[in-house]
Design a protein around this ligand. Sequence first.
Ligand SMILES: [Zn+2]
Length: 184
Amino acid sequence: MIKTFIALPDQKIRISSQEVKSFDNSLVKLITDLVDTASAQTNPIALGLAAPQIGVFKHVFVAKIRNKFKPFVNPKIIKSYKNRANLMEGCFSVGGIYGGVTRPAEVDIEAFDAYGKKFVKHLKGLEAKIFQHELDHLTGVLFIDYVKKQNGKLFKVKTNKKKKEELIELPLADWDDKTFEVLK
Ligand SMILES: [Zn+2]
């Protein structure tokens, strides 16, 4: 079922979620809802979606891996590599805002599938970034927190006269969660 997003300034998006203890039907349903909701997004498309973003405070997310939404239950990073990448990030819980975030470019991860089977993966590039972004949602961390820490800039998408979308820098020296109420 397609769900609605929890987005700033709603502070529920800052809640720390709980680990999944039982791999039951409600987990399968949650994963289906995440895939349905992520797949329904067209402008922009979704690359991942975490359970707290639809109001379920559990350690579950889906991330687009090889063009398909894959579920990750109780996910963890077991190794972060030294090389870093700065990529533009956005989030359905921080509507219409983008910013560059520097993160490890490669990670080794472990997680469980919907039925409790553990798997490990080496992720790099965009997939490594998506995994880390979604993992942060499970502890209430948002990409804008990194932009702030890394002294980066925030951008908003605007459609120009030629009907092309472009990123406009927001003239913000500082911001907090309430700022996003005004920017909506
Ligand atoms: Zn997000």
